[in-house]
Structures are given as C-alpha cells and as structure tokens.
Design a protein around this ligand. Sequence first.
Ligand code: DOR
Ligand code: ZN
Ligand code: ZN
Length: 432
Amino acid sequence: MSGGEVIIRGALLYGEGEPTDVLVRDGEIAEIGSGLTAGDATVIDAAGQVLLPGFVDMHTHLREPGREDTETIESGSAAAALGGYTAVFAMANTSPVADSVVITDHVWRRGQEVGLVDVHPVGAVTVGLEGKQLAEMATMAAGVGRVKMFSDDGHCVHDPLLMRRALEYSSALGVLIAQHAEEPRLTVGAVAHEGPTAARLGLGGWPRSAEESIVARDAILARDAGARVHICHASTAGTVELLKWAKGQGISITAEVTPHHLLLDDSRLETYDGVNRVNPPLRERSDVEALRKALSDGTVDCVGTDHAPHADQDKCCEFSQARPGMLGLETALAIVAQTMVEPGLLDWRGVAKVMSERPAEIVGLPDQGRPIAVGEPANLTLVDPAREWTVRGPELASVANNTPFEAMTFGAKVTATLLRGRPTVLGGQVQR
Ligand code: DOR
Ligand code: ZN
Ligand code: ZN
C-alpha cells in the first residue's frame, strides 16, 4: 500500500475531546473534522482509540551489521512499527562498530529500503568503542545518514578528557552526545544492582554511584563546554536528583528512562533467569518510583527503549554469563500506559510528549513529534487504550525472544502506525 489516502475515523486526538476523523493525503494531514469522506481511501475504524504523533526512540539496538541472527534492520523495523514508532536511533555497538560513515550510511539506506520506520544511525564517539581516540564525527554527520547523535552505548566514555573533547566537538557540529553512564572501575564483576537482593543471591553488585558519578561529572563537563549531553537509561533516584540540580543550573542536560526501569525491580533476580540481566541493572522499588515521578514532572525527558536483542544461547545460561539487554520496542507503549497513564502520572498528551515530541526535539528531527494538525507530516500512532494482550516472545517481530515481559498481560496496544501517510501497521499487522 502506498501513496493512497487514509481516513482515521472517530479517533480521540491525544485522548481528548470528541471522536474526530483525520484525512491523510500525500504524506500529510489534509483534513480534520467529522464525517470526512474520500473516494477509495483506506478507512481505519478508530472508535474508542487514541491518536498520537508517531513515537521516536532515541535508543534502539538493531544488530545489523554483525549479529543478524538476533535482529536485522528489517526485523527491528517491523518491531518498531508494531510498537508505534516512526523513527528510531540505532546504536553504534554493531560489528563492525558504526564508527565510520560507510557503516552509518549503510544503516540509514537499509532502513529507508525497508521503509517501515526511519532508522537513524548513531555514530560511535570513539574508534571501535575503545574509549581511546575520537571517531570521525564530522564525516558521519555530513554523510547521507546525517548522523545527529553519537554514543559509545554499551560502554561509557569514561576518560574525562576524551569526553570533554567529544562534547566540545559536538557543540561545534550541532550534534548530541548520549552517554551510557557507568564508571567502569566501579562495575568490575558487576552483574546486578548492588543491594540486599544481589548480596543474598551472591551476585556481583553494580552500585548506583557508578551511574551517578558519571552523570554528575558529565553535567559539569557539558556546562563548561557549553554543550548538550543526553543521559541514556537513567536508573536511580540519585540520578533524578542530579538531573534536577543540573537543569536548575541551566545546564543543557536531558535524559531518558527505559520501560523496564519503569516497571521492574531487582526482586526479579530471585529466579537467576538471565532474561532479567540488563545494563544498567534493575534497581529497587524506590528507584522505580522516583523514575516514574521524574518522567511525569519532566526531570526525565523521555522514554528510550534500549531494545537489546540477544540470542537464546546468550541469555539462557548462568546469570553472570548472560548478556545484558532486553527486547523493548513492541512492549514500550503498553508499559508506559500501565506505569504512567493508569496511576494518573501522565495523560495521553503527556505520553505524546515523552514518547514523541521530546525525543524528536532533543535529537533534532523536524518532521517527527509534530502536532496533529492540518499540513503536518502524517507520522501517527493509533493506540487502543483498552486492549488486553499477553506478551509471547516468539510472536514478537524481533528475531530474538529475550523479553522479560513474557506471559505478562497489558491493557493497551498500538493498533496502527502511519509513516509519512503510509500505514506501516494496520489492525496490529505489519504492512510491508
Ligand atoms: O543492557 C544493555 N544492553 N545495555 C547496554 O548498554 C548495551 C545493550 C546491548 O547492546 O545489548
Ligand atoms: Zn547503555
Ligand atoms: Zn543501549
């Protein structure tokens, strides 16, 4: 299906007001009203459903190139579209690493070829993610893939001098550095949150201070470089306090939280199931509560999935041997609905903000996170706020199955996604 007109019938825009029709033509929102008609338009019956701007994920791991046995740009794009995403940022820790324009341009082109979601390449900050030498950021930024964000995610840019230089270059180039905040000297041998649970289970502890010391340091480095810095997957109450402080000082710092850190805590470790290993680790209930509140009051800016596919053999093994990471794209909206909308911490307009508008703004995507209004690009997501569904790993579009939400039942689901007016998902099915 391409190019045709689409009528979304009877949706609640941002979950508000009266049921409304939205007519999409030539990739844009052409009309908003009631009783709209158009010859042979595809009609989407959206009664009782919530229409939102298409979601933007600043933090996705697709495993192409290198680990296509766990995810490809194609399978990851399908997962993203099913999750309501119209743009995702694919992290640089592929094999080979996306530290050159050859790789970043390939990722962008392949994503466009697949055509389900805009796959924006993230460039590595340092060559080979080794933390020794800056990668050619300017060349990647000038390529076809127009790299807008750089990150060594998976690793922390822990050398303060290198981080300082990266921030200086980034502000000159007008790009964003996203930091995986983990002081590696404090996480040697760490596999789980340092606390009573890990101690009892005999698992090496990953202290909150490993994250917080880098967040504090990078806020100060960003301040002095006059640069922006983005904190990946904020996971502790202390990080929330530091963000509050830094923002209060006028420092250009932003942060994301993952759906899994909004829902799960370290009580999940009891079973020693490797599916619960993730970096940063699942924290304590008090951290989960602090993160939810921070997302609701804007201290944490947005949701980033940290979608991280891994093969069964890398997850179904001894906990300390399991690779860190969890699938996230297809379950993100359901978890945000359960943890934020149901308890009244966010309304649907708030969901539009944290899943679409803020990430688009932070990373600088002019055609994403736009208002639902005539003349705007038709990047849209339709959510059924009362659809019960149960997560089954093998049914997800990802090649890998490592979802920690297996067999959990949620109450909201994405039913349709439009990318520049083309339905990429209809009735919960990918439209290739
Ligand atoms: O859990 C994680 N998985 N955290 C990271 O920082 C990297 C990611 C991955 O690439 O699997
Ligand atoms: Zn990370
Ligand atoms: Zn990551």
